[in-house]
Write a protein that binds this ligand. Sequence first.
Ligand code: KG4
Ligand code: ZN
Length: 342
Amino acid sequence: MEPTILGIESSCDETAAAVVTGPHQVRSNVVATQFDVHAKYGGVVPELASRAHIENIDGVIQEAMAEAGVGRRDIDAIAVTSRPGLTGCLLIGITAAKTLALAWGKPLVGVNHIHAHATSAAIELGPAEPEPWPAIALVVSGGHTSLLLVRSPLEIETLGVTIDDAAGEAFDKVAGILDLGFPGGPIVSRVAEKGDDRACDFPRTLLGKDSLDFSFSGIKTAVLYRVHGPGRTSGGLARLTAQNVADICASFQAAVVDVLVAKTMLACEQTGLRTVVVGGGVAANRRLRQSLQAACDQHGVRLILTPIRYCSDNGVMIAALGCHLLRSGRRDSLALEAQATS
Ligand code: KG4
Ligand code: ZN
């Protein structure tokens, strides 16, 4: 019989818990976001995020258990994000998970958040569908932009990472420059729909023809200078029309998506793999989903996109990967620690 896992996630600004039975049967998915807490700062404030996790975590776990219709006896293990993330935030989820593991006498499994995003495209595969591995995984979120080679959920190798900003972070910062609100990704992509994606010639930083690493700080600066004038960092926003703003959003989004798609296809070419999976908050972006689909169709590559509800941080992906780890024999002790980096 498949194990039933409680998954807990608190690495950034979402407090989340979920229950799965086996890696594909989702029984509940509860997420408490903190948009209101961080909106006026234009980004996640770690200290405020930790405090909000403390307030939310018990209720979120209880709701996930109730929604799934399970009690402590039905749970076979507790999976929790242990890295990477904001240390103070990770600590809240880890402490909750350890407490339950000790009190209920259940195994504890620490999960790598990026690996969970990298395998989240497989969550809703039907029982008859083959597992998609080996595959190239593109993980694009507010904290990370990585290409990974997923041989199996238990064997994941990093091929490339961002050397500065993450793609989602760039969306958030561009929204900040244009005074559009937080989190920026969904807003920028909505505003971009009314814009011309060729209006501004923003850079597509590739870092060398064989590189699978990313850099998004240059485009952020290019947007800043486009708004305020070359070398200037303020004073220009009031001069822009709504159409100018939409054009900047569309051109920025097109440039970021072009780079993400080009590098993903390069990873396929370099490894010879014919399957791509995509996860993380930015994987909800419509233009990215469409452009990846077009590129994969053109190259005869199978694309599996994470369902939108599992793109942003959630407990389901943690529980699902935790399930694979548990079945492979992984157990963590109550000495499990939070790690800021992966
Ligand atoms: O995976 P996630 O919830 O958290 C991290 O692990 O970082 O990703 C959040 C990021 C934010 O930067 C947000 O602006 C971005 O994902 N995002 C989007 C979209 N929806 C969320 N970026 C572009 N287009 C979207 N539709
Ligand atoms: Zn994430």
